[in-house]
Each structure stands twice: as C-alpha cells, then as structure tokens.
Design a protein around this ligand. Structure first.
Ligand SMILES: Nc1ncnc2c1ncn2[C@@H]1O[C@H](COP(=O)(O)OP(=O)(O)OP(=O)(O)O)[C@@H](O)[C@H]1O
Length: 258
C-alpha cells in the first residue's frame, strides 16, 4: 500500500494560538482496534510547531497519529486537519499530512532512489518524465545527487529514513508526522536526522521512545492507556513520564513479568 496516496476537554498544552482551519483537532475521539478501546474520549488541539507524543508500548500513540492522515477513522468523535474532516475528506489529506513510518521498508516501493522520489512528484501532479528529472534536482538540493540511481536496498537505515522524508516533503505537506523514526538508528544518525527535522518549516508531530529527542519542542503529550495523562512543556512531561516508568519498572509485578 502506498501511504503517500492517502498519505482540558481540550487537553492541550501551551500556545493554542492557531486560527481555526490551521490546527489539527481531535474532538472526543474514541477508537477501538481488535475489539478493544485504544483511545478513549480524547480531545486535543494540535497547533504548535513541534509536538512530541510519548507513552508506553500499546498506549495508543501510533493509533492516534494514524487518525491524522486518515489511515484510521474514529469510531466516535471527529478529527479535523486544517478544517478537513478526516472521515469525509480523506482524499485531500495527503496534501496536508506527510507520514513517516517506523520501518522505511513499509514506505519505500520503488527499486531506485530517483524512482521513489519521482513517484511522489507524480502524486503531486507532475507528468512522469518531468517527475524523473525533478527528482534529481530534489536530491541535489538535499546534497544527495549521487543517490539518484542507487538501489534503495543499498541505503543504510538512516539513509532510507532520509529518503522517506525527502519523498514525503516533495508533496509539500503542512504537517509531518513521524512514527518512531529513530528506533533502528545509531546515535550519530539519529542526531543528524533530528537536525534535518528541526530545520523543517512544517509542523512536526513526533512519536518517539527516545526521551531526549524533544529538546526544543513546544509541547509533549503523554498518552497512557488510551488517554492523555499529561500535556505540556517537554521538561515537565518527560520528567513525570520518566518517574512513572521507573516506578512501574520497579514494582514487584513488573519484575515478576521477566
Ligand atoms: N491492527 C491492530 N489490530 C488490533 N489491535 C491493534 C492493532 N494495532 C494496534 N492495536 C492495539 O491497539 C493498542 C494501541 O496500539 P498502538 O500501536 O497505537 O500503541 P503504541 O502506543 O503506538 O505502542 P508502541 O509504543 O508499542 O508502538 C494496543 O493494545 C495494540 O495491541
């Protein structure tokens, strides 16, 4: 499947300053997967430029961000992305929301780098021949002109993630959503990718387990068992989450689990 083609009660943190139509709004969203409620009555306005999402495995992070590009629709409530209802206007979402998956192999579909980017350009409306030419120019702008004919399988994990980001950005989305993009990257590659992300003009919504990834972020949201547990400045939320996780890991039933 090509994901580019679909590419308080508010619960919000600081700076809810976006005008109507330029924010993402979850309104009393409930979502079930596999017969279980995985998001329960979640309301959020996401307007800040840099937003992090943290929480334990299974807390609902991936489910929540899949609501933003229409890969999932709520069972109850509404999700609006810059005024578009994700249930009714799904076809228009790829122009708004670019999505980067944890595993680049789930995203990349073409054998060479230039073909992969060319396809995104075609999705953005370029005729095929123009798309292939423009793909080379795009790579050159990112300092990767030498990648054009490279087979995708010959790229490292970090290079594949960068390719995914470049391919999604040519669609010029207003929002970039990243689902654990660092999980298989070494620290140097991660820092480089973080720097690439930090320089983007887009709104960024990042899911990560690496708690030091949110330096400079405007807001971090901690999801716990399908609900917002804490929402605010990164330092406050990350510290509370860290303390909670250390406590939970030290609890007798947690030790017995191993
Ligand atoms: N395709 C699916 N079918 C059924 N249940 C699912 C599916 N995907 C996720 N779930 C369930 O939904 C819940 C939330 O999963 P989700 O992937 O959103 O969590 P997460 O916070 O992103 O976790 P992780 O940190 O492990 O990636 C989990 O209990 C999971 O088992």
């Amino acid at each position: 499947m090509d994901h580019r083609a679909k590419p308080g009660p508010d619960g919000g943190g600081s700076g809810r300053d976006a005008a109507a139509g330029t924010a993402i709004r979850l309104k009393r969203v409930t979502l079930a997967r596999g017969g279980r409620t995985v998001l329960a009555d979640v309301s959020l306005t996401l307007a800040e430029r840099r937003i992090g999402l943290i929480g334990a495995n299974g807390s609902g992070k991936s489910s929540l961000i899949r609501l933003l590009n229409g890969l999932l629709v709520p069972d109850d409530g509404r999700v609006e992305v810059h005024g578009l209802d994700t249930r009714e206007q799904a076809a228009e979402l790829p122009r708004k929301v670019g999505f980067i998956f944890q595993n680049p192999d789930h995203q990349i579909i073409f054998p060479t780098v230039a073909e992969e980017i060319g396809f995104s350009l075609e999705q953005a409306g370029r005729p095929r021949r123009q798309a292939r030419e423009e793909a080379k120019a795009v790579l050159a702008r990112h300092g990767r002109a030498h990648w054009a004919e490279r087979p995708v399988h010959a790229l490292s994990e970090g290079e594949k993630q960068l390719l995914c980001i470049i391919a999604v950005l040519v669609m010029q989305p207003a929002v970039l959503v990243l689902d654990e993009p660092f999980s298989s990257l070494d620290l140097i590659t991660r820092r480089r990718l973080e720097a690439v992300i930090a320089a983007l003009p887009q709104q960024v919504i990042l899911v990560a387990h690496e708690l030091d990834a949110f330096v400079g972020y405007d807001r971090v949201i901690w999801l716990h068992e399908g609900r917002v547990r804490l929402d605010g400045p990164p330092d406050t939320v990350v510290e509370a989450y860290r303390a909670f996780a250390e406590d939970a890991a030290g609890a007798p039933d947690a030790r017995a689990a191993f």
